[in-house]
Ligand binder design. Structure first.
Ligand SMILES: Cc1ncc(C[n+]2csc(CCOP(=O)(O)OP(=O)(O)O)c2C)c(N)n1
Ligand code: SF4
Ligand SMILES: [Mg+2]
Length: 246
């Protein structure tokens, strides 16, 4: 008989994400990692604006809702005054890479010792699917009805690669939620990122390629297919920076 897995104690409330959304999987993985690292009673979340903010209604933990894009600045303050706590910034791509690009990049530049989880669904999900800095070239959104034209907007940001090659950060990775194997790998990345913070190694980030079936105008299964066929080939998965020699 198949056994169901125990629900982590800090994530036992129902969510209000759309069916097929990736946010819920990511939150579950973060909760499992915190529990396995014995940090579930020692966590403070900085929560961004967007569908990521629904996290605040699910978790029974200390948390602060931050102004749009400013979670990395808030987390910098929280971690500096309370270094014994684990601090995680939970944000969307629009929040972290568009509206908050300065704060996100500056925290990485300073190698602040906290962890950032960025759910990249290639649009501003909560507000109806506008273009963000990670919208794919040619992707139609409500603000790019003819498709994203990179000659006008610039090209999509690949943040983990950018900071791994340019800044002295501890850890940078990108994962996804398209199948059990990828979910298990993603969990490993999240754990490595939290572990880097626990060891005091510095800034850690995990970007998650995640479906937004509602704004992509797709079923849940079609959205997973789009990730596999179109988005993962553009945004490679894996670890880009780690302090450990592997
Ligand atoms: C200063 C400010 N500007 C704009 C908004 C409107 N707004 C709310 S959520 C959001 C987009 C969030 O997108 P993303 O971070 O990608 O999260 P998602 O909903 O896709 O998970 C925007 C623009 C706001 N709340 N505050
Ligand atoms: S709008 Fe998109 S990101 Fe937001 S809950 Fe729905 S599927 Fe998820
Ligand atoms: Mg988004």
């Amino acid at each position: 008989m198949a056994k169901s897995r125990k629900v982590p104690s800090i994530a036992d409330k129902p969510s209000s994400f759309c069916p097929g959304c990736g946010h819920g999987i990511v939150i579950r993985l973060i909760s499992e990692c915190l529990e396995e690292l014995d940090q579930d009673n020692n966590i403070i979340f900085g929560i961004g604006v967007g569908c990521s903010s629904l996290l605040g209604g699910i978790l029974e933990t200390d948390r602060l809702h931050c102004l749009h894009g400013r979670a990395s600045a808030v987390c910098t303050g929280m971690k500096r005054v309370s270094p014994e706590n684990i601090v995680v910034s939970y944000q969307g791509d629009g929040d972290a890479y568009s509206i908050g690009l300065a704060e996100t990049t500056s925290a990485a530049y300073r190698n602040e010792n906290f962890t950032v989880i960025i759910v990249n669904n290639t649009n501003y999900g909560m507000t109806g699917g506008q273009m963000s800095n990670t919208t794919m070239p040619g992707q139609k959104t409500t603000t790019t009805p003819y498709g994203r034209d990179c000659s006008i907007t610039g090209a999509p940001i690949k943040f983990p690669e950018l900071i791994a090659s340019q800044f002295d950060v501890a850890y940078a990775a990108r994962g996804t939620v398209t199948n059990p194997a990828n979910i298990n790998k993603l969990k490993g990345y999240i754990k490595n990122a939290l572990d880097a913070q626990i060891k005091g190694e510095g800034y850690s980030v995990v970007e998650v390629l995640s479906p937004c079936p509602t704004n992509w105008g797709m079923t849940a299964l079609q959205a997973m297919d789009r990730l596999e066929e179109e988005i993962i080939p553009y945004y490679p998965l894996g670890e880009f920076k780690t302090r450990e020699v592997k």
